[in-house]
Design a binder for this molecule. Structure first.
Ligand SMILES: C[S@@+](CC[C@H](N)C(=O)[O-])C[C@H]1O[C@@H](n2cnc3c(N)ncnc32)[C@H](O)[C@@H]1O
Length: 231
């Protein structure tokens, strides 16, 4: 299947109905039930669905031992917690990037304001949540912007899973900025990539991302499009 026909099917009006292959509602719903209800979505102000949450845990649990996840757009730490829940099995580490509640004027300029700026969780609040969830020592919260974090990235740290959920107008740029640091076979997953319940700019950017090189294991979970880079 070409990337374009995969995306067309993933986004078709009636939705994909197959139970195996690129979109697996039974498996995704199972993951959602088993793993995707662990953290309080309302309390964290999170924006992921249960099936998406369950699959973040699943995918994180599949990276190599001592592997590395990078999250762009941590907000209150909901998706971060689901990723860490999977990562525990691998003794892995997550670098979660978000400006949190720093310099709100700069944020108004550099983000797409998809969350109310005056209510942004602090880095300290998110760190305390992650500690309370049992993840001490497994995370580094980077207070800032993905483009800055990419510029300062230590090239010796290879990324096994890149989760893109930051500024919805720069998903492709986020991918390109971190692409040089992706490990062979790394997974990339992009949130809000659905024409009906995502953002048009992300939809256009996932077309660019997944047409820009070869991928394995393309998968569609609600508004997430994911794949693993082919070596
Ligand atoms: C949709 S929310 C993330 C939600 C979170 N992933 C979850 O599911 O719980 C997007 C977050 O990305 C942040 N953001 C915007 N631009 C960013 C950038 N360039 N780098 C990192 N974070 C960014 C926003 O401020 C916001 O906190």
């Amino acid at each position: 299947m070409t990337v374009d026909s995969f995306l067309q099917k993933a986004w078709s009006e009636s939705g994909p109905k197959v139970i195996s292959g690129f979109s697996r509602p039974l498996y995704h719903n199972w993951a959602g039930l088993v793993y995707g209800r662990k953290y309080d979505k309302k309390a964290y102000g999170g924006m992921i669905r249960h099936t998406e949450a369950g699959m973040l845990t699943q995918w994180a649990s599949q990276i190599p031992e001592n592997g590395v996840v990078v999250e762009i757009g941590c907000y209150g730490g909901l998706s971060t917690s689901y990723l860490l829940n999977g990562l525990q099995k691998r003794h892995g580490k997550i670098f979660a990037i978000d400006p949190f509640n720093s310099d709100l004027e700069k944020q108004a300029e550099l983000t797409d304001n998809c969350v109310p700026l005056e209510q942004k969780p602090t880095k300290e609040l998110v760190a305390s949540r992650l500690d309370a969830n049992g993840f001490s020592g497994m995370f580094e919260l980077i207070e800032g912007y993905s483009q800055e974090a990419a510029r300062n990235w230590d090239a010796s740290i290879k990324i096994d899973f890149l989760w893109i959920d930051g500024n919805h107008e720069q998903a492709y740029q986020d991918f390109k900025d971190f692409e040089p640091y992706l490990a062979p076979g790394a997974r990339v997953a992009v949130h809000d990539a659905h024409p009906r319940y995502g953002y048009d700019a992300v939809v256009e950017d996932v077309k660019k991302i997944f047409n820009s090189r070869k991928w394995n294991d393309l998968e569609h979970v609600k508004s997430i499009i994911s794949g693993r880079i082919a070596d």
